[in-house]
Design a protein around this ligand. Sequence first.
Ligand code: 6PG
Length: 257
Amino acid sequence: MSPAPTVLVHSTADLVAHACAARLVTRIVNSQAARGTASVVLTGGGIGTQVLAALNSSPARDAIDWRRLDVYWGDERFVPASDDERNERQAREALLDQVDIDPSRVHPMDAADGPGGGDPEAAAQRYADLLASRSTPDDHGPVPRFDVLMLGLGPEGHTASIFPDSPAARDKGTVVAVHDCPKPPPTRISLTFRSLQTAEDVWMIASGESKAEAVARALGGADPVQVPAAGAVGRTRTLWMLDEAAASQLPSSLRPR
Ligand code: 6PG
C-alpha cells in the first residue's frame, strides 16, 4: 500500500515549475548515485513543459549525467512528428535538445506518420513492447520501475490521456490508444494506470484555478475511473506540487501543515 500523497503548495506556477525542476535534479542524481542510472517519464501540457524549461535553465542542470538517463513519455498526441502539438517535440525544444543526452535512451511514442503506419493501436502496442523490452527481472512486470513519473491533470480530472469514465481508465494493459479525446488533439497514446502506478515516484504538477476542483476531488478520495488523477499513485511516493490557485479548494486537512 503506497503512503498517502504529499501535497506541496507554492505561490505561483513559475515557482512550482522551478521547485519541481530542482527536485527532479536531486531525484535523478540520487538514482544515478545509487544505481548508476535513472529513468524519468515526462508529461505533456503547459506546466509539464515549463518544468523542463526550468530544468534547462537551472545552474544544477548538468549535475545530471545525461548519458545515463532513460526518458519516456506518459502520453503523446498521435499527430505527425513535425506537429508542434507533439509532447516529444515540446520536450526536445524545452530541454532534450539542449543537453548531451544519449539519443538511444530517449523513448518517444510513435507519431502518426511513424513506423506504426498511422494506426494508433499499433503504435500503442509498439510502446508496450518497448516497455516490456526495457523492464528487468527486478521490475517484476512488463514495465520498468520508473524512478519519477510526472503528470498533469485536466479541469475534469484527466491525467496523461486517461479521461474520465473512458476505456483507457478501465484498460488492464500497459499502453492504450485513445480516441475522441475531449482535449484536442483527439487521438492519443497513453500509459494506463497499471503503468503509471509502476513508478517509484509519481509527481502530479498543477497550476491555475481551473484545476482546483479536480485537485480537490482527486485528493479527496474520488474513484480513479471518474477522476483519473486520483489514480496517480506511486509505489513509494506520490507528490502533488500545486500553486495556490490549483490548491484553492483543498480542505485544510489536505493542505501542507
Ligand atoms: C497532454 C498531457 C495532459 C496534460 C494536462 C494538463 O498531453 O495534454 O499529458 O495530461 O498534462 O491536460 O495540461 P496543462 O498543464 O496544459 O493544463
